[in-house]
Ligand binder design. Sequence first.
Ligand code: PLP
Length: 443
Amino acid sequence: MSPQKSHVFPRHCHANLPKAVGGDGCYLIDETGKRYFDGSGGAAVSCLGHSNDRVREAVKAQVDQLAFAHTGFFTSDPAEALADLLIENAPGDLDRVYFVSGGSEAVESAIKLARQYHVERGEPQRRHLIARKQSYHGNTLGALSAGGNEWRRAQFAPLLVDMTHIAPCYEYAERPDGETPQDYGLRVANELEAEIQRLGEDSVIAFIAEPVVGATLGAVPAVPGYFKRVREICDQYGVLLILDEVMCGMGRTGHLFACDADGVVPDILCIAKGLGAGYQPIGAMLCSSAIYDAISDGTGFFQHGHTYIGHPVAAAAGLAVVSELLDRALPAQVQSRGAYLSSALSAAFGQYAHVGDIRGRGLFQGIEFVADRETKRTFDPKLGLAGKLKKAAFAEGLICYPMPGTRDGRNGDHVLLAPPFIATEAELDDMVGRLSRAVSSVM
Ligand code: PLP
């Protein structure tokens, strides 16, 4: 008998996926009872695992109290309380929170807010945006335009917003042997200044970057000093700095906000994923008081919005998540478990012939695979290693996040690990064991 036809439009038309029916701590359970260790939190989402009582109760209570009130008419207790908590713990002068439903919406909102800020201040000539190659900022057209992954952009290129892309800070692949990490960081940061000068010194709206590059490179932090220099350049030219922490924020790197580790405060900060921890779809854009005041003292109206901004149930979930992160000091736990994971990965893969680099921060770790360790030559993308690894890991009962390298060979296939913060050392060891068996079976 052929399987019953599904009317769901899946990501991969021929994937034939199992049905997830339950969640238990760090595990997802399918309809046959098979348990999968969630080694990537889906895509760096499930930071508290799949059965956190505090968040579940908060969601249920909020649905009973008030499910929805449109923000054109009302504010709500959970939205107010979550904004207060985020701002109390946010770096620098970040002072206002604009809630959305996910990461792409946060980035779209940031781009439009940045443009409107300059218009309100009487600088409508600022019309260029600068982003980085090998980055990912989401799939809606503005966010996709900011992203620098050629494969994701290619077929939509005619629809994209005009943005330019400078080099990422990607030490493993791009720092020449003779150059110190510090000099390398300054050199690539200075590409931003050169690009601003090329476009016109007073013509740039904003520069957007991920503090730790997630999906496209696999947990690549910048070298120390890079973002400080970026901040200086942005200040010098009146360019807003947008940091996209949709994947790396909310404790994932061992700090509530990833930019804390770089000692840099952005003008606009985007978060999502870990904010709702998978219990509700929610993202947010935090901005400085200077940006808010420019709008407030100007037209008084941010010309943007979605129906579900500030959704009370999503905000209640976010409030419970951030309260859990802070009350249980989970970012500090992420630092120690991250150090443990990093050593476990080095022990398992350090000598492996096809592992070029193991990197990351906290419980956000990546392994890059190469055909040749000496020359860093990447595997032929036609081999489809990332897809094979995903399948092999899944068969081992491990959810991880492998991604193919770029076709130009600038970065290799990699796998991203972002386990729940509650994972024990024994569970991390088990995850590394499953990954190791999967890797050996495909390369
Ligand atoms: N920005 C970054 C850095 C991301 O990693 C992602 C998703 O992976 C997004 C934005 C888009 O988020 P969403 O998928 O929630 O729209």
